[in-house]
Design a protein around this ligand. Structure first.
Ligand code: ADP
Length: 269
């Protein structure tokens, strides 16, 4: 921090003086690194035993000799194991996002194509309980990392399915705007109380813990979206009104736009 002030000397002279305040963040940086590595290692170590447990549970469920009264508890155990696996996969995704160099693997991402696939998956997840509309600029591609962008876009679309009641309209927009490129997911569901909005992208933060769990949520989706956007010089804005629905908007810098007709090479940013 640099502060400028004026000092009046005993002779009435005005003298500019400068005060520099610094803070050593080496320790914070180091602790953050330890936390990051711990989460990554713990998630990685838990992955194998869980895969083994899930595998044995599947075998038991498939075996014709498994007694009928055991099937329900086995199914419940299997569901919970799968839930744990999703949480661990999301934690690993977050750790990788934190560790990776943002300059790597930049290519022309066919966002319209990805969005058509995501829409199909969202429709399958919704099972006819939501109405979808999409306005997609078919020629607009984005310079970035394909799996990361796929996961960010799908998280937002699947959230609209998971966290809104039956009969909700879900609208997707992919377009060029004066301020850059925008991807929006707009729903007319129940909305989110204002006090929760600033905390939604924190890890494991959910408005309704029990409901999120029921819908298969890990509470890590929006944290992943935020990290992916950070790595693409993008920003996530969330606006919501109770009783009227929510609007999640991802904004990317115009320099990341590529036209489908342009040669699709990774341009230097
Ligand atoms: P989850 O795995 O629970 O979906 P997220 O990090 O993706 O975790 O989202 C955090 C919380 O934000 C959700 O649990 C839910 O309460 C709220 N949320 C996200 N999207 C919506 C939406 N479209 N409508 C209402 N609430 C939402």
């Amino acid at each position: 921090t640099i502060m400028l002030s004026l000092r009046i000397t005993p002779f009435g002279e005005r003298k500019k003086q400068r005060l520099v305040v610094g803070r050593d963040i080496t320790k914070i940086y180091h602790l953050n690194m330890i936390r990051r590595d711990f989460v990554a290692n713990a998630s990685h170590e838990l992955r194998t035993p869980l895969t083994v447990i899930a595998g044995f549970l599947e075998n038991l469920l498939d075996a014709p000799g498994t007694p009928e009264p055991h099937r329900r508890p086995l199914t419940l155990m299997h569901n919970q194991t799968e839930r744990m696996r999703s949480i661990i996969e999301d934690l690993l995704t977050l750790s990788r996002l934190e560790m990776r160099d943002s300059a790597e693997e930049q290519t022309a991402v066919d966002v319209p194509d990805e969005l058509h696939l995501i829409l199909q998956e969202a429709q399958a997840l919704s099972q006819g309980r939501h109405q979808f509309t999409a306005q997609i600029d078919e020629d607009l591609l984005l310079l970035g990392n394909p799996p990361e962008l796929r996961s960010a876009l799908s998280n937002l679309v699947f959230n609209a399915v998971k966290h809104t009641p039956d009969g909700t309209d879900i609208r997707l927009l992919w377009q060029r705007r004066a301020e850059g490129i925008e991807f929006s997911v707009i729903d007319d569901g129940l909305g989110i109380p204002a006090e929760h909005l600033p905390r939604l992208t924190e890890r494991f933060y959910r408005v309704d813990r029990a409901r999120s769990r029921e819908s298969g949520g890990t509470g890590l989706g929006l944290a992943i979206v935020k990290h992916v956007l950070n790595r693409h010089d993008g920003r996530l804005t969330i606006a919501s009104e109770l009783g009227h629905g929510s609007r999640f908007v991802c904004r990317f810098a115009a320099k990341r736009a590529l036209a489908r007709t342009e040669p699709q090479t990774a341009a230097a940013l």
